[in-house]
Design a protein around this ligand. Structure first.
Ligand code: DOR
Ligand code: ZN
Length: 349
């Protein structure tokens, strides 16, 4: 199907995205619905999406923004809090819009203040998820002062993920936005029940891009970018053909004013304006463009037990300019690759 300047693949899905709400929603939905068939929509609104009723209402707000020509379907998730009860897991597993629960350890990232302080106290809820076969999506970082920010993911694996998977061997887990060689080694050893999403920005950049020669807020996200050897492990994993790894952009919009801010920088990179195209650049750079389709369009659906999309999209090798800023209602946002070129474009077939 592929020649050097064009590639036709099964329609891709994004297995991790932040669409937000209110005036941001028309913009994020426009970008994500451009060619993605489905997306796992993160529940970290304020207040968070915690019940099936919250998810249904949010689903409707998203659907209202989907352009007529797009068949985009949001796949909803619920935010796990310390108040989540077994009954909520049963309701979610019987609900056709809800596909997973998201666990944020309290304080680890944007709007994680409603999250879990003691993972062990949620064990009864995990037992029910295991029984109902509903996936648990993990923001896999600890958030304690004794742990360096660059070690937060690796420490989470030791302190929480290994005990969790021992206790619940059949629980289906997505280790979201992995960033380290430790995570890759962990997935290689446990795949079947534990899969992982990989973002475009963690494939494209390492911490030098963010910190060397000046601090660049556009690259600040959580989990934070790591050193180059970790980036290389992610590149190898994403292009390996192992079905444990699939596309999840973690595209997360923040206004420029909250990122370029002397009192702290909001965590999140916006990639939805060019998501598949950025992954295509990465895969092509490694001579592995033939592996993009499985990563972007097959392995995620297989893991979630959903059918693969039945139609296709076409990517062409055609450079285009990413604007310096994108306007988002009253705000402006600096996207990844602002003011630079992207080498691929999805075009109508
Ligand atoms: O960088 C991030 N931004 N990481 C997350 O986990 C959340 C996200 C957001 O919602 O902005
Ligand atoms: Zn996220």
């Amino acid at each position: 199907m592929s020649s050097s300047d064009s590639l036709t693949i099964t329609r891709p899905d994004d297995w991790h995205v932040h669409l937000r709400d209110g005036e941001t929603l028309p913009h994020t939905v426009r970008d994500i619905a451009r060619y993605f068939g489905r997306a796992i929509v993160m529940p970290n609104l304020v207040p968070p999406v915690v019940t099936v009723q919250d998810a249904a209402a949010y689903y409707e707000r998203i659907k209202r923004e989907v352009p007529e020509a797009s068949q985009f379907e949001p796949l909803m998730t619920l935010y796990l809090t310390e108040q989540t009860r077994i009954e909520a897991v049963r309701q979610a597993s019987n609900d056709e819009l809800v596909h997973a629960f998201k666990l944020y350890p309290a304080g680890t990232t944007t709007h994680a203040e409603f999250g879990i302080r003691s993972i062990e106290s949620s064990y009864p809820v995990f037992a029910e998820m295991e029984k109902q076969e509903i996936p648990l999506l993990l923001h896999a970082e600890v958030n304690t002062d004794d742990v360096d920010i660059f070690d937060r993911e690796a420490v989470f694996i030791d302190r929480h993920l290994i005990p969790l998977t021992r206790q619940f061997p059949d629980l289906r887990i997505v280790f979201e936005h992995i960033t380290t060689t430790t995570a890759v080694q962990y997935i290689e050893a446990t795949f079947d029940k534990v899969a992982a999403t990989i973002t475009a920005h963690h494939l494209m950049y390492n911490r030098n891009d963010m910190l060397a020669g000046g601090m660049r807020p556009v690259y600040y996200c959580l989990p934070i970018l790591k050193r180059k050897q970790h980036q290389q492990a992610l590149l190898k994993a994403a292009t390996s053909g192992n079905p444990a790894y699939f596309l999840g952009t973690d595209s997360a919009p923040h206004p420029r004013s909250t990122k370029e801010n002397s009192c702290g920088c909001a965590a999140g990179c916006y990639t939805a304006h060019a998501a598949l195209e950025l992954y295509a650049e990465v895969f092509e750079g490694l001579g592995k463009l033939d592996r993009l389709e499985n990563f972007a369009s097959h392995f995620g659906a297989d893991f979630y037990g959903l059918p693969r999309n039945s139609d296709t999209i076409k990517l062409v090798k055609q450079s285009w300019d990413v604007p310096d800023t994108i306007s988002f209602g009253a705000n402006e946002l600096v996207p990844i690759k602002a003011g630079q070129q992207v080498a691929f474009k999805v075009v109508p077939e």
